[in-house]
Design a protein around this ligand. Structure first.
Ligand SMILES: NC(=O)c1ccc[n+]([C@@H]2O[C@H](COP(=O)([O-])OP(=O)(O)OC[C@H]3O[C@@H](n4cnc5c(N)ncnc54)[C@H](OP(=O)(O)O)[C@@H]3O)[C@@H](O)[C@H]2O)c1
Length: 321
């Protein structure tokens, strides 16, 4: 692919936690952005309209991942697409095939078809570490790299619908790209923390961190957490979009920390919250590396900065009340 000239790009699910930061970054770099949202008049997208340069450079377009025509009009005229939207449920859902699998898998294929039709030069797809780590055949001692795929049947059998949705969506996306020749790069983030721009909704990973501060759990498993800052994920998306040599998948992770250590760090900074009371040790799972992304030039901020900025933004958004 030749170097992508700056122009009009589309961000799907623009009002979400990660996508809001992607929109903010793109506007700051003078891209014109079509941000898709399901209900443009909803108050939950008001933060987007307040972003610097939004007045001149951001257009919110109504689109649903399962409505092909709506995606077609959102993507028409764009040279790049950041496909971020996907259902990320915080708890189990009654009908996962309809609520999780279809928007993730059919929705991603709809986005890609619309991209081919609009002659989009590059698509950056936000996948997840969930599409790599659910593989019972991967040796626990081996660091997970981009060659590892979650086992779709295993995800379904264990009713891990989010993992299943991201695995199937990403692998079908790459098959589609191979068939059609469209330039597709994916970013697979681990647990994303960091400040929230949105003020009216709380996404699943933000809720997970907020609960550590306010839920007062009696006991929790001391799992290893692989954490990355939302602003660094946005930078990774832009990096793979702009670098012509970027190809395939990129794991996006920054810090490996046991949950108890994250809580201890938070306690030292903010002693007055209702933290978990005790931890039970559990077996460590395989870890992951972002070496490939770092070789492309990606860097990340210290964990303490992510934690402090998260808590400060949660306070502002009244998530901890
Ligand atoms: N946060 C993490 O820890 C993490 C880690 C790895 C990967 N990811 C990936 O990052 C992406 C963004 O996640 P997030 O954490 O920012 O979650 P989020 O705030 O819940 O964002 C999800 C977005 O998807 C949109 N969406 C869901 N179903 C849709 C549909 N049928 N049509 C159109 N839009 C739809 C939602 O739009 P509405 O505003 O209309 O509801 C929302 O904007 C997802 O692809 C997720 O898999 C997240």
């Amino acid at each position: 692919m030749s170097v992508v000239a700056k122009g009009k790009v589309c961000v799907t699910g623009a009002g979400g936690f990660l996508a809001s930061w992607v929109v903010d970054l793109l506007l700051s770099k003078d891209y014109f952005v079509h941000g898709t949202v399901r209900d443009p008049d909803n108050e939950k997208y008001s933060h987007l309209k307040k972003l610097e340069k939004a007045g001149d450079k951001l257009k919110l377009v109504k689109a649903d991942l399962l409505d092909y025509a709506s995606l077609q009009s959102a993507i028409a005229g764009c040279i790049g697409v950041f496909h971020v939207a996907s259902p990320v449920p915080s708890s189990s859902v009654p009908n996962p095939e309809v609520e999780v699998m279809a928007p993730a898998v059919d929705g991603t294929l709809n986005v890609l078809k619309a991209c081919v039709e609009a002659n989009v030069k590059r698509v950056v797809y936000v996948s997840s570490a969930a599409a790599l780590m659910m593989n019972p055949n991967w040796s626990k001692n081996q660091v997970i790299d981009e060659s590892c795929w979650s086992d779709l049947e295993f995800c379904k059998r264990t009713e891990n619908w989010y993992c299943a949705s991201k695995t199937q969506a990403e692998s079908e996306a790459f098959e589609f790209a191979k068939r059609t020749g469209i330039s597709l790069v994916s970013i697979c983030p681990t647990m994303v923390f960091g400040p929230v721009l949105q003020q009216h909704t709380v996404n699943a990973s933000t809720l997970a961190l907020a609960k550590l501060l306010k839920e007062g759990f009696e006991s929790r498993e001391n799992q290893v957490r692989l954490i990355v800052d939302v602003r660094d994920v946005a930078q990774a998306l832009l990096l793979v979009y702009e670098k012509p040599e970027a190809e395939g998948r990129y794991i996006c992770t920054a810090h490996k920390a046991k949950e108890k250590d994250v809580v201890e760090k938070l306690k030292s900074l903010y002693p007055n919250y209702n933290y978990p009371k005790s931890y039970v040790e559990v077996e460590e799972r395989s870890t992951m590396t972002s070496e490939k992304l770092q070789k492309l030039g990606w860097t990340f901020r210290p964990l303490e900065e992510t934690l402090v900025d998260s808590v400060e933004s949660y306070r502002k958004a009244k998530i901890l009340d």
